[in-house]
Design a binder for this molecule. Structure first.
Ligand code: CS2
Length: 494
C-alpha cells in the first residue's frame, strides 16, 4: 500500500515537488469559508507564493468546510497537504501546496469557526460559497430571508456564511480584535458589494440590543473588496489521484488537476494587513467591474452553454463538448458575436485573443471538467452569465440567438433532468420549483418555456416579457427535443 502524503513523508519528495513554504512555520492569518477544490488551486496557491516571496509566516490558511466533513476527513490524515497538477498540452507542473494549515467542519465545530473569525491574528476572511451561498436576491442584491437565514437569525450557532460572518464580526468587535477584510471569490456580480449588503441586512434583522453600533463598527473596521477569479478547477477525481500518485510516489486523496491559466483581480480596498499578493501576479485595481463582466460573460456564459448542450448530447466532460466541431464553433461565435459586444474590456486586453483562449481552455483534455458539475445551480448562474447581457443586447436592438440557445438548452436539460432523464436528480437550490413547473408542462415546449419564464427569481421582467425571446425559446426547446442539439446548433450557426 502506497504511503500517504503528510508532513512526515514530505521530505521524501523531490525538492521541485515540495511546498514553496515550510508548512509547519505558518500561522493562520486567513480564514476561508468554503474550502473546496477551487480555493485550494487558486487563492491558496497565490497565498503560498506570496509567503515564499516575502518570507512571511503570517499567512497560513484555516479552511472551513460548510456542509460536509468530507474535506476535513480527507485532508486531516495528510496534515492538510495536497498537490496541484497544472496541465496543458505537453506542459505539466506538479507541486504540493503548504499554505493550508487547518480545516474545520462548521457542522461539527461551529464555535471554533466563530473563534477563528474573531481571532486578532485573522486579518482576512475569504469566501467561495457558490452563488447560492450569499442568499442574495438576484434582482436587488439584498438578503433573501429564506428558511436557512431565518434559522440563523434565531440561532447562537449559525450555519450560513452570512450568519457566520456576522457572529464573527460581533465577537471581533466585543473583543476588540481589530480590522478585517472580507474577500468574496465567487462568480457573483459585484461580489464585494453583495457580501457587504447581505451582512448589513442580516445585522439589521437581529435584536437591537445585540447589534447596537455594530454597523458603524463595520463601516470603520471592515472592507469588502470585490474580486474576479479565473481558473478551471474540477473536483478531485480518481484519475487525478492516480496520476499524482504515479508521479509523487505518495497517495494524495485530495489531489487536484487544473490548467496553467490563472487570474485574480482584487479591488484595492483593505482594512489592515494582507499577503503581498501583488508580488505574485495578482492585479489590484480600483474597479473590478470590467474584469468581472469579461469573466462572467465570456468564460462562464460559454461554459454553461457547453455544459447544457453537452448534457443533451450525453457528453460527460466539457472537453468532450469542445471536441464536437459544431459545439466548438458555436461557443466561439457566442463569445465573439454576442457576448464581447456587451462588455467594455479592461484596459490593455486583447479581446480577440481572450476569446480564442476561452474555447481553447475548455478543450484542455486533462481537466475532465464534468458537464454535470458546471450545469448545477443553473438558476443562480444563468441570470448573470446570460440573461443580463441578453437584455442589454435586446435593448440595443439586437437578436441574441446564440445566447437564447444556451438558455433553451438549460430549459431542455431541466425538463429532462426533472423527469429522471439522467442518473442524478436535478441539482439546484430551486429544484422543487423547477420540478413542479416542468411536471405541469408535460411534453409541451410552450408550456415549459412559459412556466420557466414565470420564475421571477430567475427571469427579470424585461426578459420574461420579451415576446421575441419567448417565441425563440419555444421554437428552440421544441427543436432540441425533435432534432437534437447538433442539428439545432448547426441551424443557428447558419
Ligand atoms: C464554471 C466555473 O462551474 C461553473 O459554473 O463555469 O466554475 C468555471 O470553471 C470557473 O469560473 C473558471 O474560472
Amino acid at each position: 500500500m502506497t504511503e500517504r502524503l503528510c508532513l512526515e513523508t514530505l521530505p521524501r519528495l523531490d525538492t521541485a515537488h515540495r511546498p514553496a513554504v515550510e508548512p509547519g512555520a505558518l500561522s493562520c492569518g486567513i480564514v476561508h469559508l468554503g474550502i473546496g477544490a477551487f480555493h485550494r488551486a487558486h487563492q491558496a496557491v497565490y497565498t503560498e507564493a506570496a509567503a515564499a516571496a516575502t518570507g512571511s509566516s503570517d499567512w497560513g490558511i484555516c479552511g472551513v468546510s460548510q456542509r460536509s466533513p468530507g474535506v476535513l476527513n480527507t485532508l486531516a490524515p495528510q496534515d492538510f497537504l495536497y498537490s496541484v497538477l497544472e496541465r496543458e498540452k505537453d506542459e505539466s507542473r506538479l507541486r504540493v501546496v503548504g499554505s493550508l494549515r487547518e480545516v474545520l467542519f462548521a457542522g461539527a465545530d461551529p464555535d471554533l469557526v466563530i473563534a477563528r473569525l474573531a481571532a486578532p491574528t485573522t486579518r482576512i476572511v475569504s469566501l467561495t460559497v457558490t452563488e447560492k451561498g450569499y442568499h442574495a436576491d438576484l434582482a436587488t442584491g439584498r438578503l433573501r430571508v429564506d428558511e436557512e437565514v431565518r434559522a440563523d437569525l434565531g440561532a447562537r450557532v449559525p450555519r450560513t456564511a452570512v450568519g457566520q460572518l456576522v457572529r464573527g464580526l460581533q465577537r471581533r468587535r466585543a473583543e476588540d480584535a481589530g480590522p478585517l477584510t472580507i474577500i468574496p471569490c465567487d462568480n457573483v456580480s459585484a461580489n464585494g458589494r453583495t457580501a457587504e449588503t447581505v451582512v448589513r441586512d442580516f445585522c439589521r434583522l437581529l435584536p437591537e440590543e445585540s447589534t447596537d453600533g455594530l454597523e458603524e463598527w463595520i463601516s470603520e473596521n471592515v472592507a469588502f473588496p470585490s474580486t474576479m477569479v479565473d481558473r478551471i478547477v474540477p473536483a478531485t477525481s480518481e484519475e487525478a489521484v492516480h496520476e499524482v500518485q504515479r508521479r509523487l510516489g505518495l497517495r494524495d486523496e485530495a489531489a487536484l488537476v487544473t490548467e496553467t491559466f490563472t487570474q485574480w483581480v482584487v479591488e484595492d480596498r483593505f482594512r489592515g494587513a494582507r499577503p503581498a499578493w501583488e508580488q505574485v501576479g495578482v492585479t489590484f485595481t480600483h474597479d473590478v467591474t470590467p474584469y468581472e463582466l469579461m469573466k462572467l460573460r465570456l468564460v462562464n456564459a460559454s461554459n454553461s452553454a457547453l455544459a447544457y448542450l453537452g448534457l443533451l448530447a450525453q457528453l460527460p466532460h466539457i472537453s468532450d463538448a469542445v471536441d464536437v466541431p459544431e459545439f466548438a464553433a458555436y461557443a466561439d461565435a457566442l463569445v465573439r458575436r454576442e457576448m464581447a459586444p456587451t462588455i467594455d474590456a479592461p484596459p490593455g486586453t486583447d479581446v480577440d485573443a481572450f476569446c480564442a483562449g476561452v474555447v481553447r481552455r475548455f478543450g484542455n483534455p486533462w481537466l475532465r471538467h464534468r458537464t454535470r458539475q458546471v450545469a448545477m445551480d443553473g438558476t443562480q448562474k444563468i441570470p448573470q452569465r446570460l440573461l443580463r447581457p441578453m437584455a442589454e443586447s435586446r435593448a440595443a436592438g439586437r437578436e441574441p440567438v446564440l445566447a437564447a440557445l444556451a438558455v433553451a438548452a438549460w430549459m431542455a436539460y431541466v425538463g429532462s433532468a426533472a423527469s429522471g432523464g439522467y442518473e442524478w436528480s436535478l441539482e439546484d437550490p430551486l429544484a422543487d420549483e423547477l420540478i413542479r413547473v416542468t411536471g405541469s408542462a408535460g411534453s409541451s415546449a410552450q408550456r415549459l418555456v412559459t412556466g420557466l419564464l414565470g420564475m421571477q427569481r430567475v427571469f427579470p421582467d424585461d426578459v420574461a416579457q420579451d415576446e421575441w425571446f419567448r417565441a425563440t425559446l419555444t421554437d428552440m426547446v421544441a427543436d432540441l427535443g425533435r432534432f437534437g442539439p447538433h442539428a439545432v446548433v448547426d441551424a443557428v450557426l447558419g
